[in-house]
Design a protein around this ligand. Structure first.
Ligand code: AMP
Length: 417
């Protein structure tokens, strides 16, 4: 038997309905704030991620699916979505459009990670990028949109963690602080962190090795050396969130695992998720587009991990989606079978979710199946009903039976609520 690659998943019904519902709601909420969808390739030149996500990050250093195509070009399955959006903005000359631009994407990302619950090698992200605005209001809007989406999904226990990474000009000073603090304990760090200390000390802070985390706890937070301008920026974001009633906590140890962030960074954390608690990450990346060779353009954005989100969806949302009503249309005998699809088409056009019995089940066996599968009602079409232009309806929720004109079924169905 051929098995799927490690770290990947098959999304089966009915769970796939939850994914559809989440995506539909995300599209609705994003569009209501003026965002449009962008679809970029699932693979890009490797250099794009090396230059944006950062050569010394875990993602680029050891998690990328990189391969050569037949012409020897180095390509990489995208590990995240922002770099591709930035590349597309430059390549398609979107600077000619009116800004700010709000662009969202939904799709698979690929990282060669240690596979475990909540951590996959192919996973899906729902992301939103806001390009061309450097104001704190832009960051606040992103967090507001996030809060709206999560609220409409029924979450009431999520926490937004927020931090200030400072400006790129603050970085060398901070690297110095990290190096000095850890100078005497270099040998106690994991080999990755010893390398990070030389190449990019900030990355020591997101090491997942427990013994490193203990040592790193002594490093002063990055926000301590942040510029005054960046402090004012993040303070203004916080003031907006307070005004809007969007709850957040200041997490001075939050750094995020990608190099392009500056100033505002944030995560949305679920207390129900344990070690994979982070449902969403984001922040400001004003230098990304110019670092990739484009003009200077500020931006900020977030990406929600859809796999994890679906894992912890609130029950009422799940019940609403999975409990959607379906009508089971059962033809009895050849003449009814000949007509049944035309009738299903009529009802489907009128907005009824109708599933036709195709295998010639007897009435008894069809009713048994209806019970087992949770159909809301069964419509029976036998010789007599066919002759009279009616159907016999068995309402399995109300435990009632009636005969009605076939054409009246859609109205009855909607009226049942
Ligand atoms: P990042 O792009 O690393 O900031 O991740 C943003 C969000 O994507 C995270 O908060 C997770 O919810 C999700 N995510 C990242 N990596 C994985 C993975 N390997 N498996 C599942 N979800 C992931």
């Amino acid at each position: 038997m051929i098995q799927r690659p490690r770290g990947t998943r098959d999304l089966l019904p009915p769970e796939s309905r939850l994914w559809q519902a989440v995506e539909e709601l995300a599209r609705t909420v994003f569009a209501s704030f003026g965002a449009d969808e962008i679809r970029t390739p699932a693979f890009e030149p490797t250099e794009l991620f090396v230059r944006s996500v950062g050569e010394t990050t875990d993602i680029v250093h050891k998690e990328m699916y990189t391969f050569e195509d037949r012409k020897g070009r180095s390509l990489t399955l995208r590990p995240e979505g922002t770099a591709g959006v930035a590349r597309a903005w430059i390549e398609n000359r979107l600077h000619d459009r009116s800004h700010p631009l709000r662009l969202y994407y939904i799709g698979p990302m690929f990282r060669y990670e240690r596979a475990q619950q909540g951590r996959y090698r192919q996973f899906s992200q729902i992301g939103l990028e806001l390009l061309g605005a450097d104001s704190p209001l832009a960051d606040a809007e992103l967090l507001l949109v996030l809060h709206e989406l999560f609220t409409r999904l029924g979450f009431d226990d999520l926490q937004v963690h927020l931090n200030n990474l400072g400006d790129p000009e603050d970085r060398p000073r901070y690297q110095q602080v990290v190096r000095e603090t850890l100078a005497g304990r270099r040998e106690a760090l994991c080999s990755d962190c010893q390398r990070r200390l030389d190449e990019n000390p900030l990355r020591v802070l997101d090491c997942k090795v427990p013994s490193c985390q203990v040592i790193v706890a002594d490093v002063p937070p990055v926000s301590d050396v942040a510029s005054e301008a960046s402090r004012q920026h993040v303070a203004a974001v916080e003031a907006q969130l307070e005004r809007l009633g969007v709850p957040f906590v200041r997490n001075r140890r939050l750094v995020r695992g990608l190099d392009y962030y500056l100033r505002t960074v944030f995560e949305v954390v679920s207390p129900r998720l344990g070690t994979n608690a982070v449902l969403c990450g984001g922040g400001r990346y004003d230098r990304l587009i110019s670092d990739l060779g484009g003009p200077s353009l500020p931006g900020s954005g977030f990406a929600i991990g859809e796999d994890r989100l679906v894992d912890v969806l609130p029950e009422p949302f799940k019940e609403r989606v999975l409990g959607a009503r379906r009508l089971y249309l059962v033809p009895l005998g050849a003449p009814a079978q000949a007509e049944v699809l035309a009738l299903a088409r009529e009802w489907s056009r009128a907005g009824v979710t109708v599933e036709v019995e195709l295998t010639g089940r007897s009435l008894k066996s069809a009713l048994k199946r209806a019970d087992k599968e949770g159909f809301a009602a069964v419509a029976i079409l036998g010789d007599d009903e066919l002759a009279g232009g009616v159907v016999a309806i068995r309402d399995l929720v109300a435990s009632s039976q009636q005969v009605m004109a076939a054409a009246a079924v859609p109205d009855w169905w909607k009226g049942r609520g």
